[in-house]
Design a protein around this ligand. Sequence first.
Ligand SMILES: Cc1ncc(COP(=O)(O)O)c(C=O)c1O
Length: 342
Amino acid sequence: MAVIDLRSDTVAMPSPEMRQAMVTAPLGDDVFGDDPTTNKLLEVAAARMGKAAAMFVPSGTMGNLIGIAVSARSGEELIADADSHAFYYETAGAAAVCGVQIRPVPTEAGVMSPRQVEEAVRPRDDPHEPITSAITFENTHNRHGGIVWPLADLRAASDAAHSQGLRVHLDGARIFNAAVALNVEAADIAACADTVTFCLSKGLACPVGSIFCGSEEDVEQARRWRKRLGGGMRQVGVLAAAGLIALDHMVDRLADDHANARTLAEGLAELPGVKCDRGRVQTNLVYFDLDTMPAPAFTDECARRGLLGGAVGPRGMRFVTHYGVDSEDVQSALKICEEVLS
Ligand SMILES: Cc1ncc(COP(=O)(O)O)c(C=O)c1O
């Protein structure tokens, strides 16, 4: 049975061109800074983010953790959206590894207003309170439906943070989805942050890897953190080779994933017992709620018919479109959902 896998864009397989490039990539030891393919990728990635320097990391989680580590010290505080990946899904790494407390700020739709930023900053003159050193923004915002921050809002929140003396880290795991949705360069978005992490192994379909970008000094510190975390890899050019192909060929096609997600959302919204807020489907994530069936049972029934998705709560579901899913798969997925719900 052919399986349509909508659990995440992380399941996307590398393209044949990526696999070929991985086989033939010139290699060296990246911990020594000697890997030519990685060095090329870092140059291209830093330029795409408009930053001075970049570093390869095994995962987005490690990139975010290092972003926090270079922005705040033990005993200090970092502001994050209460539904952010950094707060929700990174196993309290900031606290466990960096000694940094996250101050979660609930938001309407993943977008923090300048006022919320200002109100979350602790007064500097009260010795009872920790120093607020940094803030992290997430764009696109996963738990808020893959929404894209309007650029003006991101700039306003970032300006508010900088005017309070905070460092800004951007969790840009899906920054290229945001850039494609806004029709801007990723660098226009990353300009709002001092440091940024983006993932190669989500919509860009690479098998492994994320990139951390920032100033030369940030990346120098970040390399030390990466070593400490055990994330220094050697002939990582085998992975970087796929990243180079991804940045050349996988960014523009994200528009197809967004169109497929919209079709999926529209089809789902028509089904009985499904609530799907189509306005929030701006990129490749489709969140919806089920009125008539628990999400785990729905997931199981869909899986039995060859459709994989993720339950994100007792009634909440998430489908994600990606390189491995085409418009026919979307129609087949909708048929399966209809059958399961009827
Ligand atoms: C918004 C966001 N940030 C960070 C990550 C972490 O990436 P990784 O799975 O590579 O650690 C994810 C993963 O899904 C994510 O959605």
